[in-house]
Design a protein around this ligand. Sequence first.
Ligand SMILES: *Cc1c(COP(=O)(O)O)cnc(C)c1O
Length: 347
Amino acid sequence: MPGRVIDLRSDTVTRPTPEMRRAMAEAEVGDDVYGEDPTVNLLEAEAAALLGKPAGLFVPSGTMGNQIAVLCHTERGDEMLAHEESHVYYYEAGAPALLGGVSVRLLRGDRGRFGPEEVASALRGGNVHFPRARLLAVENTHNRGGGSVWEPERMRAVAAFARGAGLAVHLDGARLWNAAVALDRPPADLAAPADTVMCCLSKGLCAPVGSVLCGPGDLIGRARRYRKALGGGMRQAGVLAAAGLVALRTMRARLAEDHANARFVAEALADVPGLEVDPGEVETNMVRVGTGGWPAARFSQALREIGVLANASAERTIRVVTHHDAPRADCERAVAAFRAVAAQPAR
Ligand SMILES: *Cc1c(COP(=O)(O)O)cnc(C)c1O
């Protein structure tokens, strides 16, 4: 029997570290809806400084952060532009339409990335037939793109073009920390072309709950009202923000280890007969594994039976996500499990 289950479904499965749990237990707190939680206030200030924006807002989830940004940048009947596989469109339960009355015009491009040309060809001008395009969303790293990183040059060019066309730019930086480590650049550099940026403290940074939305002071003031309206005004939230501070201060640099583990897994699986893996495609902490003759859902089930969890992300693709709670030894065991399943006849 295999021992402990190795969970490579997502970096969202990470648990708070002992240091976070201590910080949470000892956190100084107050009522954050009154603006009186010192730990939340400190987290918002530190996140904003790290991302080079004037103000920050602590929110319960990345989804809420993204959707508050959509609400701040648009009005009912407006349109936003986003990649067809972007989280804000693909994984947020239709929230732009549900909450904001906003339609999404979808862009195509390589693993979540596109250029000014794609934005240009999606714009339709001021004719009364068309919704007003008000917002462009960019995602870095790109989740469904397999952890792909935006080149800073391309991000700057796309944002400058969008601005010139009168659009605001929101950066879904749930994993911007991974991009910053992969590029060896400060997060603020990568966020600079965007008006607003959302980053997760959970996922690779291991905080149990929470994200931050950062941007101009007046916009964050409006964002605070939307957060209340959506039920995200939390009271003694410093208990959570305390873990977020540990995440920001101590957990970013170690993401390099997750990236090295992802490369290790990709290289180890690249020459396994029956699997299709391109190690050159691994930019951060995700690996896409083609399952050849196997439907990915069945391959995933066969892995589960021998103690390894990894989800199907497409018909014949499994996604492996490396993280803090799956160190190198776990990745080695996961590789052995992939080999064992691939050696069986496809079913
Ligand atoms: C996880 C994720 C989010 C949303 O975060 P939640 O906290 O799960 O709501 C947004 N964007 C991207 C790219 C993500 O991967």
